[in-house]
Design a protein around this ligand. Structure first.
Ligand SMILES: [Zn+2]
Length: 415
């Protein structure tokens, strides 16, 4: 097929994009197309923005659509959610086919909003492995329209949960793509540090990337982010290391931040930040000015450290909202980070395209000749416009295959 009259940011003028098989085979200026050159499978973008498919760098598909069972999260806190989740597993609600059906629903919601790549964490602190097996099957079954990476995530810790180390090791042997962790949930600070080192050893053993739930707690003394950066530097694994959440950074003193930021930049670690969910979870019960518990995205970005905005949860004990729509997450993330200024808005889509693609290690993630045809036509003409109007995805293509299309919204006025 061919997408004509497309606005691609790396080209000054409108272009025609030809897709053959799984690849983009040519990109040519639209102005050079002869008037009689009309093809049946042409899609006229009509000057609209064409971007790579969105990449969701942090979601929990195994938790999706489980809110309310076995009970509601009445305090709204992260730690009540973790308890509810443990009860759910203990009380027999955690069943493979059910998890898979609910996760498929969530993945489809995300795809409808233009997502073509997902990194999902999967709780492996469960001897039945129901969640892991459900998502491993899903990963194969949706390959046609979405690439899924599975993070072996020990929700209850590798030391705090009996047998945690063996479970996460088994998950890596069974085909998980990425090593996860949760150092701030381990019994002590020392255990947390030990867990980070142990998880890096495991990642090295499997030549796998690493993506750690880091300091997701309203506690300025939780400082595992510096441990991660130090390990990543020592082992030369920075680009394969993702710091997820890192909300405690929102509470660090300026003095500590001044020392930390250069270390993070030198280590080359990347970030995955979930603004909507952490706005909901963090700062509950605080008196006076309420901290909002989102990592300092603006400072990280201005230091050249790549940050991705991600969904995290979708209708589960941790977070009652969420519909897989990364433009919505991007909107909140830019607001809470005070990044609505022109220079940041010009590249706003990088938080849900190139930055997460880097987290996922996606090769050839760009709109260029001889790259895989994974792209979207958005009902917008610029990054800012896409965020401002929460632009609809009019066309989504994954490896050359048309996944879905949508008519531009048309409003009929009666007055
Ligand atoms: Zn998470």
């Amino acid at each position: 097929m061919r997408i004509i009259n497309a606005r691609v940011k790396s080209y000054a003028d409108l272009v025609d994009i030809t897709i053959e098989g799984e690849k983009i085979t040519s990109i040519t200026p639209s102005i050079r197309r002869a008037e009689e050159d009309v093809r049946a499978d042409d899609y006229d973008a009509d000057s609209r923005l064409v971007t790579p498919q969105f990449a969701e760098a942090h979601i929990h598909l195994d938790y999706a659509n489980t809110a309310g069972v076995p009970r509601e999260n009445n305090s709204g806190t992260l730690f009540e959610a973790i308890e509810i989740w443990a009860d759910r597993k203990a009380e027999g609600f955690h069943v493979k086919d059910d998890i898979k059906a609910k996760a498929l629903q969530a993945a489809k919601r995300a795809a409808e909003h233009g997502v073509g790549f997902i990194r999902t964490h999967v709780d492996v602190t469960d001897p039945t492995f129901a969640g892991f097996e459900a998502l491993a099957e899903l990963r194969d079954e949706v390959r046609d329209w979405c690439d899924i990476q599975i993070v072996a995530f020990p929700q209850n810790g590798i030391f705090a949960y009996e047998g945690g180390q063996k479970l996460i090791s088994d998950a890596m042997v069974a085909g998980a793509d990425v090593v996860g962790g949760i150092p701030h949930l381990e019994p002590t600070r020392d255990d947390g540090v030990a867990s980070v080192k142990w998880l890096f050893d495991l990642a090295e053993k499997h030549s796998a990337p690493i993506d750690i739930h880091t300091d997701e707690i309203d506690d300025p003394h939780s400082r595992f982010v510096e441990v991660l950066a130090a390990e990543a530097s020592k082992r030369d694994m920075g680009p394969q290391t993702v710091v997820s959440h890192s909300v405690a950074m929102a509470y660090y003193t300026p003095g500590y931040m001044a020392r930390l930021l250069p270390k993070l930049a030198n280590s080359k670690v990347r970030f995955a930040v979930c603004p909507n969910e952490n706005l909901h979870l963090q700062g509950l019960g605080f008196q006076g000015p309420v901290p909002r518990g989102v990592a300092p995205v603006k400072e990280l970005t201005e230091f050249g450290i790549p940050v991705s905005f991600c969904q995290d949860s979708l209708n589960d004990p941790f977070y009652p909202m969420g519909n897989g729509d990364l433009l919505r997450i991007l909107d909140s993330g830019l607001h809470v980070s005070h990044m609505l200024t022109a220079p940041h808005m010009e590249n706003a889509l990088s938080f849900i395209t190139t930055n997460p693609a880097g987290n996922l290690g996606l090769p050839d993630y760009e709109i260029a000749e001889n790259t895989p045809a994974n792209l979207l036509v958005l009902d917008a003409f610029s990054d800012k416009g896409a965020v401002q109007t929460k632009a609809a995805v009019l066309l989504s293509i994954h490896n050359g295959k048309k996944v879905l299309s949508r008519e531009p919204e048309k409003v009929d006025w009666n007055v």
